[in-house]
Design a protein around this ligand. Structure first.
Ligand code: URA
Length: 477
């Protein structure tokens, strides 16, 4: 096996050089493994082939070169090997690219079409919001392209908005233009983009003014503006109403002459944007965290969850409870520990004499991880990567609330709070020092108490849980 490590997900130059070397060294497609640097350690110790000196130059059709430039931007993990298979086959089948029925050619064209579509959607649906810093006004957009087209699309935005300072933030990579130089930085979180601004009124007014009810074709409109892009589009909120009123507006339009777009709104928006600069800082309040987790893309759990569930409780609580993640009911309600585990927690808190209303209750992970079995959503334990991605929110909750004591409920919370596995049987009833001066306590997760099969063992574990809650409350006093 030959392992190739590419510098990035869109490293076409790296792919080309490696593919040339592999082909020259006679490495068949099935013997090549393509990785990007991030997962290179999986194959540590293996090396790529050395180029063969004096190898005959091998030319490929122009169509293949162009296709490769697009295919490489597709999100499929298969893209590097698919391209290498085509390159390899081109040696013996120089007309391969003309055979549209060939499965490899067909798949590559399919990938290229999807990328080209993503490219056009990005050009159409990026919406900048106003931002600013000491250097003056700037614009920031959050966008989630269907494929990795950000770098390829950026020159279009440079040309179009040459005199503006702007950044386009995406989960893959961020593009920045300072009116002279285009630069790229690693992917970002939507919480890093300004959430709303007055320019959105402009977009809404503009969109409403160009919307022609007489030409309404709902299916075509949704095809052009797929729902996956709606949440970033200020004008999307208008669509249902505009559709509903389309018929009435059509007859009204027949009677009325077209009106000017409302310039007054544009002016007001520009003025307001100067007064409300975006400072790009981390969340500074619990309200910002609550808003931030709703748009968090630090890991993939948001995709299947109903909503993010932030922590709740007084801003100055002395005691903080950290659970694992919202369960089925918490995911629907948007509040932590309101389902069966929450009832166990409430009962034990009451027995321990701890008023829940004076504590802050949160979770290590803010979205519900589950799998569907029939119609049931079955809890799945978040993995270390998800816990670590979500720790950003927990850390901010901790730095805002600054509790004296943080209680980790169960092993996942223990991993998040202490940064390492903290076996409960070994560490319960101990005050463990945390780096931010708070004391840490670890105890059972309420769901565990529900699962203990033996009645006697269950009662014993529950009694220990109540003891641990008392211990933590006394420590926080
Ligand atoms: N389990 C948890 O860990 N947290 C909740 O909010 C609910 C169940």
């Amino acid at each position: 096996m030959q392992v190739v490590r590419l510098a990035s997900e869109t490293d076409l130059a790296g792919w080309r050089a490696a593919a040339r070397n592999l082909r020259a060294a006679g490495v068949p497609p099935e013997a090549a493994i393509w990785t990007v640097d991030g997962d290179a350690s999986l194959f540590a110790g293996e090396a790529g082939p050395a180029p063969t000196p004096g190898d005959r130059p091998f030319t490929v059709p122009r169509e293949f070169v162009d296709l490769a430039g697009q295919v490489i931007l597709h999100r499929s993990d298969e893209r590097f090997s698919l391209l290498y298979r085509l390159l390899w086959r081109l040696q013996g089948e120089p007309s391969l690219m003309k055979i549209s029925t060939d499965p490899d050619v067909d798949k590559a064209r399919l990938f290229a079409r999807a990328v080209s579509k993503a490219f056009h959607k990005m050009k159409a649906f990026v919406r900048f919001r106003t931002a600013g810093d000491e250097q003056g006004e700037a614009y920031v957009a959050w966008f989630e392209p269907a494929h990795r087209v950000t770098e390829a699309t950026s020159p279009f935005f440079v040309k179009r908005f040459a005199n503006m300072r702007w950044s386009i933030l995406t989960p893959d990579v961020c593009a920045h233009w300072d009116t002279e130089t285009l630069t790229f930085t690693p992917g970002a979180d939507p919480a890093d983009a300004p959430q709303a601004d007055a320019l959105e009124d402009y977009w809404r007014t503009y969109y409403a003014s160009i919307f022609n009810p007489a030409r309404l074709k709902v299916a075509a409109m949704q095809k052009e503006m797929p729902k996956r892009y709606w949440r970033n589009l200020p004008e999307a909120g208008l669509i249902p109403e505009l559709i509903a009123k389309a018929e009435a507006r059509t007859s009204e339009m027949v009677r009325q002459a077209p009106s000017e777009p409302e310039r007054r709104i544009v002016k007001a928006a520009v003025r307001a944007s100067r007064d409300a600069p975006y400072d790009g800082q981390a969340p500074g309040s619990l309200a910002e965290i609550a808003a931030g987790v709703q748009v968090c893309r630090r890991c993939d759990l948001w995709r299947d969850a109903t909503q993010g569930v932030p922590g709740e409780g007084p801003r100055q609580a002395r005691l903080m409870f950290v659970g694992e993640q919202p369960g089925d009911q918490e995911d629907l309600a948007g509040h932590p520990f309101v389902g069966p585990a929450g009832q166990v927690l409430d009962k034990a808190l009451a027995e321990a004499g701890v008023p829940r209303a004076e504590t802050f209750v949160t979770n290590a992970v803010k979205h519900f991880k589950h799998e569907l079995r029939g119609k049931r959503r079955i809890h799945q334990t978040p993995n270390a990567g998800e816990v670590s991605a979500c720790r950003w929110w927990l850390d901010h909750e901790r730095s805002i609330v600054r509790p004296r004591v943080v209680v980790a409920l169960g092993a996942t919370a223990g991993l998040s709070v202490f940064g390492k596995p903290t076996p409960i049987a070994k560490f319960r009833q101990q005050a463990l020092q945390l780096p931010d001066q708070a004391q840490g306590v670890v105890t059972y997760h309420p769901s565990y108490l529900l699962r203990v099969p033996d009645a006697e063992a269950k009662a014993k574990a529950y009694a220990m849980f109540v003891e641990d809650l008392k211990f933590a409350w006394t420590l926080a006093a």
